[in-house]
Design a protein around this ligand. Structure first.
Ligand SMILES: C[S@@+](CC[C@H](N)C(=O)[O-])C[C@H]1O[C@@H](n2cnc3c(N)ncnc32)[C@H](O)[C@@H]1O
Length: 293
């Protein structure tokens, strides 16, 4: 096997940015994610359904590092927490069976905190330990790294061999005061189309989280892929000199730790950009896992 990284459920490629080293392959069935990935990573993801992928297809990448960001809906309240009964868990189980056969040197995965109590995690742990991996599992939130945005997630790093005992740290990460204020992540000249009308503020203003752009202690709630579609519990809003507005997708990417050079392809509608950003990963959190290359 080579030294490359295989990004599975690759989305817009946060793991490749964070982990570094050569990315030899990416797979996702979302065409908007794939065009955005190509625009930024110089690599065209395969538009495959991972529920039907074969060992020959994944083995052909000769990657010794695999990153998995499988769908989180089977483990969320909004997704009805159907766990192993949810068909959206099938691609993860398929990939798991193949990786236990091919045994790449390092496997890492991210999901929502609800994954911790799932039967799917039990299957994942049992399969990886049987295949000879040592597991390191934890919850991590960008707020514990000084970033003014909550996004607590489950992270797994599985290394082949290294029988030093499995580690699971599921205590709630302790937030620290933002070391970079929210104001340093927001645009100086926001698009006027981001501002909410008085009628919308009157209807939803009391039930949504609105932050003051100049408050040094302001911390945004987790942005989800429903931001812009579902007014409540999908992310924070911002009050600045122009009124109350949405965060732009590009501002969310900044909070996720994406580099300033990252670009969405043109034209890509704002709701699609919100969807892709809300589905992505905290680059800062993945870096904090200290994955070796
Ligand atoms: C949580 S997102 C991952 C986001 C990614 N880590 C990023 O940086 O943007 C899950 C991704 O899995 C993809 N996906 C879901 N089911 C899939 C399947 N059966 N085959 C391939 N991709 C799938 C979705 O299109 C989505 O981009």
């Amino acid at each position: 096997m080579g030294t490359g990284l295989l990004e599975l459920f690759s989305g817009i490629g946060a793991a490749g940015i964070a982990w570094g080293g050569p990315v030899v392959g990416a797979i996702d069935q979302n065409s908007h994610a794939n065009t955005t990935y190509l625009e930024n990573h110089d690599l065209a993801p395969r538009s495959w359904n991972l529920a039907g992928v074969t060992a020959a297809q994944l083995g052909a990448f000769s990657a010794e590092r695999w990153w998995l960001s499988p769908p989180c809906q089977p483990f969320t309240v909004r997704g009805a927490r159907r766990d192993l009964d949810d068909p959206r868990v099938k691609p993860l189980l398929r990939v798991l069976a193949i990786l236990c056969e091919l045994r790449p040197r390092v496997v890492a995965m991210e999901n929502v905190p609800g994954f911790v109590a799932s039967a799917t995690r039990g299957e994942l742990r049992a399969a990886l330990i049987t295949a000879g991996y040592t597991l390191d599992e934890r919850l991590l939130c960008p707020t514990s790294l000084g970033v003014p945005m909550r996004r607590q997630r489950y992270y797994l790093v599985a290394r082949l061999g290294q029988g030093q005992g499995h580690r699971s740290r599921f205590e709630t990460p302790v937030p620290v005061s933002p070391t970079r204020p929210l104001s340093s992540f927001v645009d100086a000249e926001p698009d006027p189309a981001l501002y909410l009308s008085e009628a919308v503020i009157a209807t939803w203003g009391h039930s949504v989280n609105i932050l003051d752009s100049e408050d040094p202690a302001a911390v945004a709630t987790c942005f989800t892929s429903a931001y812009g579609r579902s007014p409540v519990r999908s992310g924070s809003y911002l009050r600045d000199g122009g009124g109350v507005r949405y965060f732009a997708p590009e501002e969310i990417l900044r909070l996720l730790g994406f580099p300033d050079t990252f670009r969405f392809p043109e034209p890509l509608a704002r709701p699609v950009r919100w969807d892709l950003a809300g589905n992505s990963l905290s680059v800062d959190a993945v870096r904090a896992l200290r994955l070796e290359t």
